[in-house]
Design a protein around this ligand. Structure first.
Ligand code: C5P
Length: 305
C-alpha cells in the first residue's frame, strides 16, 4: 500500500485527538432520492477524546488500545482511511496508527467517524501539500456522513447529508454528563433508526422552522443556549427508543436528576446527555447516576471550543 517515493513526511510520529461528537439538536428534514436523509443538526464536541498516534516508521496498519478497543468489530474505519488516502494519493507516507479508544463504539458519539477524521488530519499533516481542503472533504464524506463535521471538529450546524457545515464560532462551553446504558445496538444501527423513523410515519418537512444561525451566534451564556435547544429536539429519539428501549431508562434517570437542565439523545443513540449549568454540577450528577446505575458508562465532560 505504501510506495517508497513521495512527498517528504513532516515528522515520524504525530498525535491527534478525536473528540466525541454530540448532536445537541437533530432535525430530519426529509428523505433524499439517494436514500440518505436531509438533516439539520447543531453539533458540538466533548473534551472526551480518543488519541490517535501515527508512526511513519512502521508499515501501514491499525492497533487499538484502551477501554473500548475490544468493541471495535470488523474493519476499523481508520484502516479504510489509510487505504482510501493511499489510493487517492499514490506514494504518500502512510504508517501505523494506534488508537487509544475511550469513546464507546456505535454509541451515537461518532466514535468511528471522529477517529477517521483524526486519521485524515494525521495523514494530511504528515504529507504537507498533498491534501487540499476539497480532497479531505471528499474522502471524509466517502467514509461516513458524520466524518466531515468531525474533520472540522468545531461547534457547527450540519446540513445536507452531513457535508454542509456552518461554524457557529466560539459558543459557551457546556458542562455535560454523557450516559450510555451499555447495550449492544442493533446491526447497522444508524440506518435501522432512520428506517424506524420512516416506519413511524416520519416524513420531515424541509420547510420546517429550523435553527436560527444568527440567534445561536448571539447566544452568550449557557442558559440562553439551552433556551435555543429546547425548541430543537432530536427527531430520531422515538425511533431509537423503539429499537433500544434502555434509552428510555437512561433519559428518565438523567431527566430526574436535579442538575440536568436539558436531557437528550445524541445521534441515533444509545448515548444520552444532560447539560448542566456548571462543571461541578455535572461532576456531582455523574457521581449520582454512577452510584445508582453502576453498570452504565457515565462521564462528566464539557462541550465546545
Ligand atoms: O453515512 P453513514 O455510513 O454514517 O450512514 C449510515 C446509515 O445511516 C446510512 O446507510 C443511512 O441509512 C443512514 N443515514 C441517513 N441519512 C443521513 C445519514 C445516515 O439516512 N444523513
Amino acid at each position: 500500500m505504501i510506495a517508497a517515493a513521495g512527498p517528504t513526511p513532516s515528522a515520524t510520529q504525530n498525535v491527534e485527538h478525536a473528540r466525541a461528537k454530540i448532536n445537541l439538536s437533530l432535525t430530519v428534514l426529509g428523505r433524499r432520492p439517494d436514500g440518505y436523509h436531509e438533516l439539520e443538526s447543531l453539533v458540538a464536541f466533548a473534551d472526551l477524546a480518543d488519541a490517535l498516534t501515527l508512526d511513519l516508521t512502521r508499515p501501514p496498519g491499525v492497533t487499538s488500545t484502551g477501554q473500548f478497543a475490544h468493541a471495535i468489530e470488523g474493519t476499523n474505519l481508520v484502516e479504510r482511511v489509510l487505504d482510501l488516502a493511499a489510493n487517492a494519493c499514490p506514494g504518500i507516507a502512510v504508517g501505523h496508527v494506534t488508537i487509544n479508544k475511550v469513546i464507546p463504539v456505535a454509541a451515537g458519539l461518532g466514535g468511528g467517524s471522529t477517529d477517521a477524521a483524526a486519521a485524515l488530519r494525521l495523514l494530511s499533516a504528515a504529507n504537507p501539500g498533498v491534501f487540499g481542503p476539497k480532497l479531505l472533504m471528499d474522502l471524509a464524506l466517502q467514509l461516513g456522513s458524520d466524518v466531515p463535521v468531525c474533520l472540522a471538529a468545531c461547534t457547527a450546524i450540519m446540513r445536507g447529508r452531513g457535508e454542509q457545515l456552518t461554524d457557529i464560532g466560539s459558543r459557551p462551553r457546556l458542562p455535560a454528563v454523557l450516559v450510555n446504558p451499555g447495550v449492544a445496538p442493533p446491526p447497522g444501527k444508524t440506518g435501522a433508526v432512520f428506517a424506524r423513523w420512516a416506519a413511524r410515519g416520519g416524513r420531515g418537512d424541509a420547510a420546517a422552522a429550523v435553527l436560527d444561525i444568527h440567534a445561536i451566534r448571539s447566544v452568550s451564556g449557557i442558559a440562553a443556549m439551552m433556551d435555543v435547544l429546547a425548541a430543537h429536539p432530536n427527531d430520531l429519539e422515538p425511533a431509537a427508543r423503539d429499537l433500544m428501549p434502555e434509552i428510555g431508562e437512561v433519559l428518565s434517570a438523567i431527566a430526574g436528576d436535579p442538575a440536568a437542565a436539558l436531557s437528550r439523545l445524541s445521534g441515533a443513540g444509545p448515548t444520552c446527555f444532560a447539560l448542566c449549568h456548571t462543571p461541578a454540577a455535572a461532576e456531582a450528577m455523574a457521581d449520582r447516576i454512577r452510584s445508582r446505575h453502576p453498570q452504565w458508562w457515565v462521564v462528566a465532560t464539557s462541550l465546545g471550543p
